[in-house]
Unconditional design. Structure first.
Length: 74
């Protein structure tokens, strides 16, 4: 996988905190930011999935149990 450069501006206090944290924990800033971006993207994907699930119909659990018992699967 290739790498692309990302240039952005952030608040100087956030940058100082990031530098301090990564130095204290022995982390590479680039890896830390990459992981943080991936985590945020996954979080947004999870929220999107939840919204879709809310619109799906569902069956009550007791109804599913009855059907499983009637079909000899329980």
């Amino acid at each position: 996988m290739g790498a692309k450069q990302l240039a952005t501006k952030i608040d100087e206090n956030i940058k100082a905190a990031l530098d301090s944290f990564c130095e204290e924990k022995g982390l590479k800033i680039n890896k830390f930011l990459e992981d943080a971006i991936l985590d945020k993207l996954e979080e947004f994907e999870d929220v999107s999935d939840l919204r879709k699930l809310r619109n799906e119909s569902f069956r009550p659990f007791d109804e599913i149990l009855k059907e499983l018992k009637a079909n000899g699967k329980l």
